[in-house]
Structures are given as C-alpha cells and as structure tokens.
Design a protein around this ligand. Structure first.
Ligand SMILES: [Zn+2]
Length: 203
C-alpha cells in the first residue's frame, strides 16, 4: 500500500507528517515549505480501520479482536492527530441510501452560510483557524451546559490541551455557521463528533 506523497517535504516541521503518511498509507499533499504560507492539510486515510477491513461498517461484521484493532490503528500517532482540526470517519453508504432522494442543503445554500460565518469572524479580527491560544477562552466562552459537555468529552476521550483548544475553535465555527453569538452545548457536541479518531481510540 504505497502512500501518495505529492511534492517534497523538505521543511523540517513537515517531516512528522511525511513520516506518518508513509507509515500508515495516507494520501497527503505536502508543500515544500511552510515558511511563507499557511497550510491547509487534508489527509485521506484509505487504510482500513482493521485487518479484515470491516470495522465500523454497518453492512459487514468485523471479526477482529479489540487488541487487533488497537494494534492496527496504532500506526497513526496521537500527536499528529492532535494537530489536525477535524477528523471524521466516512462509513460505506448502503445502496438504498445511494439511490435515495436526499433532502439536504444545497452547496449554494451552504456557501451563503459559510460566507456569513467568515464575515462574522473577520469582524472579530481573525478567522477561527488563526485564533491564538490566549483568545480561545474568551472567544469560545461556553454556557454551563457547554462546560459540562466539554468536561465529559475531555475525561472520556482523554483529550490533550492542544485537542481541547481545537474542539473549542471548531465549536466556535459551528456556532458561527449557526449564526449564534454564543457557543452552546449543541455546538460543542457537534465539534466533539469531529474528533472521532482521538487518542484513546487510536493508540
Ligand atoms: Zn475487522
């Protein structure tokens, strides 16, 4: 399973990404340098989540033991995942759903919401992805229910300080897309969903 590495990885800050991609079989686009650029890193892990290939598949039964799954997923390092804002699993789609008539938001509608959210963030002075650690608590202040949800997530998922901040920033973005001035438990819960590959699961 050859990794798909495109472009070089001469910048030392990118070396861990290149190494993990090589080891795990990720498809990664790596720029030659981060010196004058802001990087959006999108990785597609086409490695199956277990040896038999059916872990998390609702249409087939996985026959691997928890130990085997743990070993298999351990190829991807926690510190690397900590540095990625969002990771989601995409399960296979049953045929019926593929042929169904989805009543979801159109891309044009989503674009309007995204542009509104970006306008809100510009007015705040920075995009959420560029939020400094010292601003996180203030800008991503939670209500009581949100605090409880966050505490539970940190405890159950064993989130690092870095992952904790990323969850809050993503929750702020979810709230911005919802045109909500406050970050509620609902927004936070959605952000937590986007940390599905976190360390207690992968190491
Ligand atoms: Zn399996």
């Amino acid at each position: 399973m050859a990794p798909h590495l495109q472009a070089g990885a001469s910048d030392p800050t990118l070396a861990p990404v290149a190494q993990t991609a090589k080891k795990s079989g990720w498809a990664v686009l790596i720029p030659t340098s981060t010196r004058h650029s802001r990087v959006i890193l999108i990785c597609s892990c086409y490695l199956h989540a277990c040896k038999c290939g059916f872990y998390g598949d609702s249409t087939h039964e996985c026959r691997c033991t928890p130990g085997q799954i743990q070993h298999y997923l351990g190829k991807i390092s926690g510190p690397l995942l900590d540095r990625i804002d969002i990771h989601v699993e995409i399960p296979s789609v049953p045929f019926k759903e593929l042929r169904g008539n989805p009543t979801t938001e159109s891309s044009a509608e989503i674009r309007v919401r995204v542009e509104q959210a970006r306008t809100v963030q510009r007015a705040r002075g920075f995009y959420n992805s560029r939020m400094l650690a010292r601003d996180v608590r203030k800008v991503c202040a939670l209500d009581d229910a949100g605090e409880r949800t966050l505490e539970m997530a940190v405890r159950r998922m064993g989130l690092s300080a870095r992952a904790h901040d990323r969850v809050l920033k993503v929750a702020r973005t979810v709230a911005d897309l919802d045109q909500s001035p406050t970050v509620t438990a609902k927004h936070l819960a959605e952000a937590v969903q986007y940390r599905s590959l976190d360390r207690n699961y992968w190491t």
